[in-house]
Design a protein around this ligand. Structure first.
Ligand SMILES: [Zn+2]
Length: 455
C-alpha cells in the first residue's frame, strides 16, 4: 500500500518556490517514492491511501538544532542542574519533546544535557514507546573553569547532576568523550567559552586551540559530530579552526573567524530567539531585569546581528535553533520565531529561512540525508499549514493553523495536555527579588503596591 498526499502547495526544501497542485507519494516504511506535480505522480490503486492537503501548504517537518530537553523551562541555573532527579527530568523531557513535535518540529538536536536524558528520550521514541520527534542527543557539556556550565564557585564545582562535565586537563576531556560515545550520544558539546572576560572585555576561550583540536579530532574519529557554545571571537575562531561541525552563537566573530569557517566547513547556529526573548519578555522586576541583563543583551544582539550578516554574506551555512528549555524559551512555543528573526534581523528571504530550518539543518543532523527535503528516497517527515509561510513566515508560530504533522509518513497526534509549570521546575530557593528597607516599603505603600500598615 502506498500513501498519496495531495498538496495545495508543496515546498520541498530544495527550491525557493512552492509547487502548486502537487503530490507526495510514500511507501509503507514512510519513504518518499515521489514528490512533484500531481500530473506526474505514479498511478494510484484503489487500495492506496489518500491524505488530502489540497487546501494546504505542505513542507518538510521543521528542525530545531538547539533545544535542551533536560532544562525543563528553567528559571535559574540551579533549576537546570540541581533540584530534580535525573529520572524526573527524563520523564519531563519526554513530555516536552512531544510538545515540540506538536508544533511542527519533527526533529531536534539537544546539544548539552545532564546525564543520559536526551539519548534515553531518543531511544524511547525510536523504540516506539512514545510518539515524538527525531532526537539527536548530546551528553553534558565538556567545560573548564572558564566555560559555560561551570557556574558555581570552585568549592562547589559541577555536581554529578549538572549539565556540565568539568575537566581539568586534556586527558580528562578525551576520556569523557569516549565515555559519552560509549553511552550512545550523537554529538559532543564543548563549552568553548562562558562569561569570563579579559580586562579589555574580550571573552576568554575555555580551552586552548590545541585542546580544542584534540577534542574535535577524537569526536570525529568516533564518527560523531562536534558542537560548541562559542559567543566570543576567540572561542569561535578556535572552534572554526578545529573543524567543529556546528558553532552556536558566534556573536563576536570577525573576518578571521569567517575565513577559518570557510576553510573547515563549520556551520553556524546563531540562536537569536533566546536573546530576543530575553530582551522583549523580561520584566523590570525580575532578577534578570534588575541585574542589567536586558541592556547587555540588547547591545550583544545588535553587535551579533551585524557580525552574523557578514558571515551570511560570505556564504557560511546558517542553522536555526532556539535554546528552548528556559523560562523565556518554553518548549513548543517559540521554535519558529527563529525563522522570523532570520528574515527580520539577518536579511534572509522567507524561503531562505524555511530552507535553513529544513534542508540546511538536516545537513547537521544524524539522519541528515534522510530528512529535511521532500524528495525520492527520503522520509516523509511532513507538515501541512493552513496558509503560506512564504507569504507570512510568522504563521509557523500559530499552531492553530497547523493541519498535520507526519514522521516517516505516520501522523503524530499529540494531545495538547496542560500542565502545572510550578511542579515541573522552579525549585530554586529564591524567594524575593526586592530589598525591603524602610524607604522601599514606604515607597511601595505610596504607590499602593503594598497595603497600608495595620492599625
Ligand atoms: Zn544552548
Amino acid at each position: 500500500m502506498k500513501t498519496f498526499v495531495r498538496c495545495g502547495q508543496l515546498f520541498t526544501g530544495r527550491e525557493d518556490e512552492a509547487l502548486k497542485h502537487a503530490a507526495l507519494v510514500y511507501d509503507e516504511a514512510g519513504r518518499l517514492i515521489y514528490a512533484g506535480g500531481e500530473k506526474g505522480a505514479p498511478k494510484r490503486r484503489d487500495s492506496d491511501r489518500v491524505i488530502d492537503h489540497s487546501g494546504h501548504f505542505v513542507m518538510p517537518g521543521l528542525i530545531d538544532v538547539h533545544t535542551h530537553l533536560a532544562y525543563g523551562n528553567a528559571k535559574t541555573e540551579e533549576d537546570i542542574d540541581l533540584y530534580s532527579p535525573l529520572e524526573f527530568r527524563a520523564l519531563r523531557g519526554m513530555f516536552f519533546a512531544q510538545k515540540v513535535a506538536a508544533g511542527g518540529y519533527t526533529a531536534i538536536c539537544s546539544p548539552g544535557d545532564a546525564g543520559q536524558i536526551s539519548l534515553s528520550i531518543r531511544n524511547a521514541i525510536d523504540a516506539g514507546l512514545f510518539d515524538g520527534p527525531r532526537v539527536m542527543a548530546a551528553g553534558p557539556y565538556i567545560t573548564t573553569h572558564q566555560g559555560l556550565t561551570d557556574w558555581y564557585p570552585t568549592w562547589i564545582g559541577a555536581p554529578e547532576t549538572s549539565i556540565g562535565k568539568l575537566v581539568t586537563c586534556l586527558d580528562e576531556a578525551i576520556q569523557e568523550i569516549r565515555r559519552q560515545v560509549k553511552n550512545g550520544v550523537d554529538c559532543i558539546k564543548i563549552a568553548m567559552d562562558g562569561i569570563q572576560r579579559r580586562p579589555d572585555g574580550e571573552l576568554i576561550a575555555a580551552f586552548t586551540q590545541e585542546e580544542c583540536d584534540a577534542m574535535v579530532r577524537e569526536t570525529h574519529r568516533m564518527g560523531k559530530k562536534s558542537v560548541t557554545h562559542a559567543v566570543g571571537r576567540e572561542a569561535t575562531l578556535y572552534s572554526a579552526r578545529a573543524g567543529v561541525d556546528l558553532i552556536f552563537h558566534g556573536f563576536h566573530l570577525d573576518d578571521e573567524c569567517i575565513a577559518a569557517m570557510k576553510k573547515s566547513g563549520s556551520m553556524l547556529g546563531p540562536t537569536l530567539t533566546q536573546p530576543k526573548n530575553v530582551i522583549e519578555f523580561t520584566q523590570p522586576y525580575e532578577p534578570a531585569g534588575q541585574k542589567g541583563r536586558i541592556e547587555a543583551t540588547v547591545a550583544r544582539y545588535k553587535l551579533g546581528c551585524a557580525n552574523l550578516k557578514k558571515a551570511k554574506k560570505a556564504g557560511i551555512p546558517f542553522l536555526t535553533g532556539t535554546d528552548s528549555g528556559f523560562a523565556v524559551t518554553p518548549y513548543g512555543e517559540w521554535h519558529a520565531r527563529e525563522l522570523e528573526l532570520f528574515v527580520d534581523d539577518l536579511g534572509f528571504s522567507k524561503a531562505g529561512a524555511l530552507r535553513a530550518a529544513t534542508e540546511t539543518n538536516a545537513r547537521f543532523m544524524s539522519q541528515g540525508d534522510e530528512i529535511g527535503v521532500l524528495e525520492e528516497g527520503r522520509f516523509a517527515d511532513v507538515i501541512a499549514w493552513d496558509g503560506s509561510p512564504l507569504a507570512d513566515i510568522a504563521i509557523l508560530q500559530d499552531k492553530s493553523r497547523l493541519r498535520g504533522v507526519y514522521k516517516a509518513g505516520r501522523e503524530l497526534k499529540i494531545a495538547d495536555r496542560p500542565y502545572d509549570p510550578r511542579k515541573v521546575t522552579d525549585f530554586s530557593l529564591s524567594n524575593w527579588t526586592d530589598l525591603y528597607t524602610q524607604a522601599r516599603v514606604a515607597e511601595l505603600r505610596g504607590t499602593r503596591q503594598l497595603p497600608e500598615a495595620a492599625e
